[in-house]
Write a protein that binds this ligand. Sequence first.
Ligand SMILES: Nc1nc2c(ncn2[C@@H]2O[C@H](COP(=O)(O)OP(=O)(O)O)[C@@H](O)[C@H]2O)c(=O)[nH]1
Ligand SMILES: [Mg+2]
Length: 417
Amino acid sequence: MLSFFRRKKPQTPADAAKPGDAGSHYSSEELAAAFPATPEAMAANDVAAPETIPQAPRDHEPVPAEVIAAALDIEPGHPAPSLAAGRDESVTPLAQTSPVEAGPASEQAAAAGKPGWRERLRGSTFARSFNGLFSRHPKLDDDLLDEIETALITADVGVSATTALIESLRKRMKAREFADAQALLTALRADLLAMLHPVAQPLQIDTEAKPFVLLTVGVNGVGKTTTIGKLAKRFKDENRALMLAAGDTFRAAAVAQLQAWGERNGVPVVAQGQNADAASVAFDALQAAKARGTQVLIADTAGRLHTQQGLMAELGKIKRVLQKVDASAPHEVLMVIDGTTGQNALSQLRQFHAAVGVTGLVVTKLDGTAKGGVVFALAREFGIPIRYAGIGERPEDLRVFDAEAFVDALLPETLGA
Ligand SMILES: Nc1nc2c(ncn2[C@@H]2O[C@H](COP(=O)(O)OP(=O)(O)O)[C@@H](O)[C@H]2O)c(=O)[nH]1
Ligand SMILES: [Mg+2]
């Protein structure tokens, strides 16, 4: 098949907007300069005077049992084992402190390699495009490269990352580096892994932070609240004193959803109900968490489109209000990205990073219809750590992002046999 991608060299909006060379990452300063705040946004950013902010958390109404049941249509389970290997003494690697790590489930997991990943990602466009590709094109030639190029683009790897991968393979093929198509596949797997290695950095809870504040952000429906619920379960299993802040005050159901996760996991939830000021909820929660000696505070926020300037500015306000209580907070700004989004994920991350300084990513819904490739595009464009991957709806389906397991699931070592 002919490759129109290589020959036409199309420009995506993401490529067009990208300064510097193709492989460069954005600093917060570059992003802030590229997306200056408007006067309206600056005004909206004004931090509420401390005296206008309630000093104590409000008790919330009890959540009806049916709401809890509806919100928690899941089975409890064990968090996944991880590659986490902390070196800093002041920092506790999450996975290493997990009591379930030593349990029979994790021993079984270790014996089976990286369980779940292949099975869950089998349906992705990435895996499906490559499945059978090498048996249809067993010969090492330009046609094989064109097919691979098309498969990568179709899987949302993005034009710039795909071009870089293909041109490198082409050079090495011309230099007769590969004995056969299988050798080229091995090289492609290694190149893909090399793209992900720098971003496969597990979240580590700094135990010096009291509490460690984790602020979740992202557009609507990407899986923020579900991810918080899964993290709550994980942290709880690690015996961490935990608190949640119901910062999505746009919808009453959003508060109830978080309260339901809290009740299921025995975790206190600070909420003020619908239409409350999200920054005020965050402020309350951090005060309460400090007073109680909580180790980890996870704050939910309402989903917002990256193009909604006023709402994006509100995130900056939440951050600044948190900093009134603790100058080092939030310790992690975790952006949740829906893996089915495609290349739009890049503009989302660009805008959220400019507004609030994203320090880690969770890519959800990689099971099901996700194409899978956007993870590579995100890694290449931004270099922001990918903390977790959502590969299903159960708590144990939020996995510490594992570059090897991910590449292996999308592109197994032996294909098209
Ligand atoms: N299949 C799948 N669904 C997910 C995953 N993460 C979240 N979801 C679903 O995505 C939907 C929206 O999640 P929610 O947490 O309410 O999104 P929010 O608006 O960002 O808070 C829910 O139906 C979740 O069950 C995942 O990793 N895989
Ligand atoms: Mg939500």
